[in-house]
Design a protein around this ligand. Structure first.
Ligand code: UT7
Length: 332
């Protein structure tokens, strides 16, 4: 039997309607459009409104669109992996909730928590299942309602994040396309620099943790920035060298969207011109596990069969990595 490769066969996404602009944020905290644009590159982000709405409500819409676009019946799906740091509940997995909402029954399903690198870690898992022949249709969905864990009185974090979900279908092919190589790493020393201090088993929710605002994102921005710039770029360059990819061989860098300066530094280190670097942080901000598939969703209409893509990310943990994808289809 010929070797099976794991290939992305479609992309779906959902972004909430409500647009939170820099102007509106400047009425909530001491910030300005000028500061946010210069330091981070975000103009606006989307916010999921509505009582009781969670990441699964966005994931459901993204997966519904994905099934429709790829002509997939829910019963054909073998596995749903959801990457998220904002699950609807600590358990069950948001993957199970999304699957229930779109009527995927009896498929394997679980969540992956690798923060901003969640999607690339989930995609790597999908690759393993598909290449070893145990799964034929795997849905990988990144879904994060970051507004649920953002303190809108803290200007150092509230300008950065947004809500979104995006999903890809991963299937086997015998052709020489698909997810060619992955480099994924982590170093838990970074766990103190970007995390949620309470709400887990170490510090369960209590009146004290609520009063101390420990259920929000805590970030030492400069520390994270320093490591993000070096790790994301180093790993992307390592992936290029390992696969003998020159800058001219790469059609697109598809980076995690945390800060335009981190994205540009990575593109520069890889020797890529700006027009080969996918950027949509200006419109959506940092949507954690959704940024990379959301970029793919926007790029899909111009991607061509055979295009070489490098996906790269860095996030809490610390976790980081890069994935080499040979895109498999043209969109009509
Ligand atoms: O996706 C997960 C991984 N996360 C990341 O990759 C994020 C990495 N970090 C960053 O992107 C940047 O560190 C930030 C965007 C978070 C912050 O940018 P910075 O250039 O590192 O700013 P800073 O934290 O050094 O703050 C500079 C100044 C400070 O004022 P003083 O102390 O110099 O007077 C801050 O208080 O900017 C101030 N500041 C703000 N001013 C206006 C911080 N946030 C704001 C704000 N508006 N929103």
């Amino acid at each position: 039997m010929k070797k099976l490769n794991a290939v992305i066969t479609g992309v779906g996404a959902y972004v909430p309607e409500y647009v939170l602009t820099n102007h509106e944020l400047s009425t909530m905290v001491d910030t300005s459009d000028e500061w946010i644009m210069t330091r981070v590159g975000i103009k606006e982000r989307r916010i999921l409104k509505g009582e009781g709405k969670g990441s699964s409500d966005m994931g459901e819409k993204a997966v519904r669109q994905l099934l429709e676009k790829t002509n997939t019946k829910p019963e054909e799906v073998d596995l749903v992996i959801c990457a998220t740091v904002t699950p609807d509940h600590p358990f069950p997995a948001t993957a199970n909730i999304i699957a229930d909402k779109v009527n995927i029954r009896n498929a394997q399903g679980f969540d992956v928590n690798a923060a901003c690198s969640g999607f690339i870690n989930a995609l790597d898992l999908a690759k393993q299942y598909v290449e070893n022949g145990t799964k034929k249709k795997v849905v990988v969905v990144g879904a994060d309602k970051m507004s649920a864990i953002t303190d809108y009185t803290d200007r150092t974090t509230c300008v950065l994040f947004g809500d979104a979900s995006a999903a890809v279908m991963v299937e086997p092919t015998e052709e020489d396309f698909g997810i060619k190589d992955t480099i994924l790493r982590s170093d838990g020393f970074g766990r103190h620099h970007l995390y949620m201090k309470a709400g887990g088993s170490a510090h369960p929710a209590s009146h004290e943790t609520i009063d101390a605002k420990l259920h929000y994102i805590y970030q030492d921005g400069q520390m994270v920035f320093k490591h993000a710039v070096s790790k994301m770029a180093d790993t992307a360059v390592e992936l290029m060298e390992k696969n003998n990819l020159k800058p001219e061989d790469i059609a697109w860098l598809v980076p995690h969207q945390a800060n335009l300066r981190i994205i540009s530094a990575t593109g520069n280190r890889m020797g890529l011109p700006d027009e080969k670097v996918m950027v949509n942080i200006d419109r959506y901000g940092n949507t954690t596990a959704a940024t990379i598939p959301l970029c793919l969703w926007e790029l899909e209409k111009i991607l061509k069969r055979g295009d070489n893509l490098v996906l790269a990310s860095f996030g809490a943990g610390f976790t980081w990595g890069a994935i080499y994808v040979k895109w498999a289809y043209d969109t009509k």
